[in-house]
Design a protein around this ligand. Structure first.
Ligand code: PR8
Length: 484
């Protein structure tokens, strides 16, 4: 066994072409819809998103988040109440109103805005519902689309103008409780991403890059084959910045009033889908982690002349054995060769293939072929279900390990600015010693020609080297790379 090395040169050397091609061939998304930044999610892409959505919502609801649905539109007036927030988003807002259909409709009403995010839609309602400490904590979530008139180049899944996401918003009675919820939110996101085998860094963003209106922001940056990291989720501590503006005030247990402490966090479904494809795929196409794979197993009969009937019969039996509990497809097309079928399903990301030929019929066995490693092995039919379950689990584990290895290979320590710039050019994530000053972080952006993504949130990385910019003693390490 072994000896098979997945070909990935296309994916690493011509990522953009590879990705566009995979989206269409594997029926994930079609980017040809004639409105910039809007795409059609095809059956396989949407299937993965749906699975991920269900799992995320399950975890959020276990943690006490209530599912709600808020309006798509807001008035410009409401939207404009938090000064920092509006500064951050005003350039990206879509406006809507009634279409003018006749001459005498000269008088236009003030347009409404489409939510670019829902703080200013939800928080006036929070103010109505919260008046006492017993109303807290309040935790809500919704999966929906938000709309941003992105001015940077759009890119299917990575940077779209209609963004499918889950957003969660919470209000708490103290700074401490809000901080505790930051940790819980990070754990929930971490769990979903880990189950998908996605490898990422959890980074606290530098202050100049925090969410508009937040005290601080934490982000999950997933690695990407072209070296541009993919921010798949973010957790923002809003402090009392929004509650002051929207009047979210509560009566304290010990008497007196206080503004509620708030968080908001978002999980970008389309970017998570992009990470699944980009991190796990190879030159043939995607490899879906089994629990989100639209089809987990394909059964391919290998008929020999004169023995077609018994092979097809046997394949049907195998299919029947797997059907309860697995998402399985029997490819019994008669005008397509087994080899063509292998290729067809490999390109669609099916993680496991079951081959059955005349010899398997005789031996009461089947051959299992793994999409990730190419390994093949024979399994007796009475062990089929257990073996398949084990192999699927093992595929998930090995996708995850491989992806983590890739991430650590992509991170390099840069001792000087020249080294850093060269590595950024090579598509690396540079780790550089930093004194903690905003000025040095800002200057890195221009000297390395890349984005300053921040420092580790989950690990306290103490630096014992001088700051790469000013030379004074380093405090921690900053991660710098190109980004989507
Ligand atoms: C918030 N408010 O808004 P955030 N294309 C694809 N995914 C995107 C795009 C885009 N153009 N823009 C953002 N995302 C907070 C938290 C409520 C929820 C995804 O936060 O602006 C990214 O994965 O950081 C991003 O991390 C997430 O939405 C949240 O967006």
């Amino acid at each position: 066994m072994g000896g098979f090395i997945a070909k990935e040169s296309e994916k690493f050397e011509r990522f953009s072409d590879w990705f566009d091609n995979v989206l269409l061939t594997a029926r994930i998304a079609d980017n040809r819809y004639p409105v910039k930044g809007f795409i059609v999610y095809l059956e396989n892409g949407w299937f993965v998103i749906e699975r991920v959505r269900r799992r995320l919502e399950e975890l959020l609801e276990e943690d006490g988040h209530l599912p709600m649905y808020y309006p798509l539109v807001a008035t410009l007036e409401n939207f404009s109440r938090e000064a920092e927030h509006i500064k951050g988003f005003m350039g990206e807002v879509f406006a809507v109103g009634k279409l003018r259909t006749g001459e005498n409709e000269a008088q236009q009403e003030t347009p409404l805005i489409l939510r670019p995010t829902s703080e200013t839609i939800m928080y006036p309602m929070f103010a109505l519902w919260i008046s006492n400490h017993s109303d807290l904590p309040l935790k809500v979530h919704q999966s929906c689309a938000v709309y941003r008139y992105e001015t940077k180049a759009t890119r299917a899944l990575y940077r779209v103008r209609e963004i499918p996401w889950n957003e969660a918003h919470t209000a708490h009675a103290s700074r401490g409780e809000a901080e505790e919820q930051v940790r819980k939110a990070v754990e929930i996101y971490r769990k979903v991403l880990d189950e998908l085998g996605i490898a990422y860094l959890i980074l606290r963003r530098p202050d100049f890059d925090k969410f508009a209106g937040a005290e601080y922001s934490i982000a999950f940056d997933a690695w990407n084959p072209d070296g541009k990291v993919n921010q798949v989720a973010t957790v923002h501590n809003l402090g009392t910045n929004f509650s002051r503006v929207f009047g979210i005030v509560f009566e304290k247990r010990e008497g007196g009033k206080e503004y509620a402490w708030q968080l908001c966090y978002g999980f970008g479904y389309s970017r998570v889908l992009a990470a699944v494809i980009a991190q796990h795929g190879d030159d043939l196409g995607p490899i879906f982690p089994p629990w989100v794979a639209p089809i987990q197993i394909v059964v391919v009969p290998i008929p020999y002349k004169g023995r077609e009937a018994e092979v097809y019969e046997y394949a049907k039996r195998v299919y029947g054995l797997l059907r309860p509990g697995f998402r399985v497809r029997l490819d019994d097309r008669e005008d397509v060769t087994p080899g063509e079928k292998y290729y067809y399903w490999e390109r669609r990301g099916v993680p496991l293939r079951v081959e059955v030929g005349p010899r398997d019929v005789e031996k009461s066995a089947v051959v299992l072929a793994r999409r990730d490693t190419g390994e093949k092995f024979s399994v007796p039919i009475e062990m089929l279900r257990e073996e398949v379950a084990k192999v699927l689990e093992d595929i998930a584990r090995s996708l995850s390990e491989r992806s983590k290895r890739r991430l650590s290979e992509q991170i390099v320590d840069a001792p000087s600015l020249e080294e850093g710039a060269r590595n950024v050019e090579l598509g690396k994530i540079c780790r550089v010693s930093w004194c903690g000053s905003e000025e040095c972080a800002l200057s890195l952006k221009s000297s390395l020609g890349a984005e300053v993504r921040g420092y580790r949130y989950d690990v306290d990385e103490k630096s014992d080297r001088p700051c790469i910019v000013c030379g004074s003693p380093g405090k921690t390490y900053l991660y710098v790379s190109r980004a989507y």
